[in-house]
Ligand binder design. Structure first.
Ligand code: FE2
Ligand code: FE2
Length: 299
């Protein structure tokens, strides 16, 4: 039986209209100024509303959201994002991992990440925090967090050693299933400039290569791309989507997201990737391409 899921990323959905520049300190101030100057024109709520409508009838096993839901990670922005998540679906069907913008400044977690707790949670009975495992039939979704506070003008990330050790165990535990690892930053070296990159991409890639995964999904770059990592059972596709709210005004890709359909057969996994993009009239999303992947099954 086929199963389905989708990935969207970098909605940057919060509205900072009520925020005064004087309320913000250093790192947040720079992001706020960037929002006033450019980002509020590029990242549009009406685009996200069109995307939500496009997802409404999809009946997915899981929707993965790979970070940067906010611009500066203020408590008010976490509240706005929580409302938006509730519109998208119940927490057991929508899985979130944070991005660098959500962790810009260390803040009271009760006012920020606690509001998304249910959406970041693993299956009941498992330890909370990342990596976060959700199993749905033959699909195993493993979320990693690469978000951490960084100095001004930096947008780098890191997956800490505790997560990497647990990731190795989860990949082994879920061997034989279709393992989807989702994270904000790409684990492929050289995808981003050093100030935006995953600092320990090599270490993350090594765990993935050693223990295997069927798919790695990320965001952060605001553009679609496909890379590969060598894997234990074959090459692992590493796929990124653009920002889910993007008008495509400043050279970035226009808003798009990917839908996946996975089916097991004698040879392994048959995967269909459907790319859905904001239409030219900006009123809805439409399919703009479909790829088929045949992936080996781990034993
Ligand atoms: Fe982003
Ligand atoms: Fe990012």
């Amino acid at each position: 039986m086929a199963q389905t899921f989708a990935q969207l990323s970098d909605p940057h959905l919060s509205d900072l209209g009520g925020v005064q520049a004087s309320q913000l300190l250093s790192k947040r101030l720079l992001s706020y100024l960037s929002w006033r100057r450019k980002r509020r024109f590029e990242h549009r709520r009406e685009v996200l509303d069109a995307l939500a409508e496009d997802l409404a009838g999809a009946n997915l096993d899981q929707l993965l959201i790979t970070g940067d839901l906010t611009h500066t990670g203020l408590p008010e922005e976490f509240r706005q994002a929580q409302q938006w998540l509730r519109q998208l679906g119940p927490a057991d069907r929508v899985a979130v991992t944070p991005g660098n913008h959500d962790a810009l400044v260390k803040d009271d977690p009760q006012q920020t990440f606690a509001l998304w707790r249910d959406y970041m949670a693993p299956d009941p009975g498992r330890e909370t925090g990342f990596p976060s495992l959700r199993q749905r039939g033959e699909l195993a979704f493993i979320g990693l967090s690469s978000a951490l506070p960084t100095p001004p003008l930096m947008a780098s990330g890191k997956v800490d050693g505790t997560q990497l050790r647990a990731l190795a165990e989860l990949l082994e535990e879920t061997r034989g299933r279709f393992r989807v690892v989702y994270v904000h930053h790409s684990p492929v070296q050289g995808v981003e400039k050093w100030r935006k990159a995953l600092r320990n991409a090599d270490a993350v890639a090594k765990v993935l290569s050693t223990h295997g995964a069927e798919l790695v999904l990320h965001g952060h770059g605001h553009r679609a791309r496909l890379d590969q990592l060598p894997g234990r059972d074959g090459d692992i596709p590493v796929i990124a989507v653009p920002s889910a709210s993007a008008m495509g005004l400043y050279g970035a890709d226009v808003a798009a997201y990917n839908r996946y359909r996975v089916e097991r057969d004698d040879r392994g996994w048959q995967v269909t990737v459907e790319r859905r993009q904001l239409s030219a009239d900006r009123k809805g999303f439409e399919p703009v391409g479909e790829d088929r992947l045949a992936l080996p099954r781990s034993d």
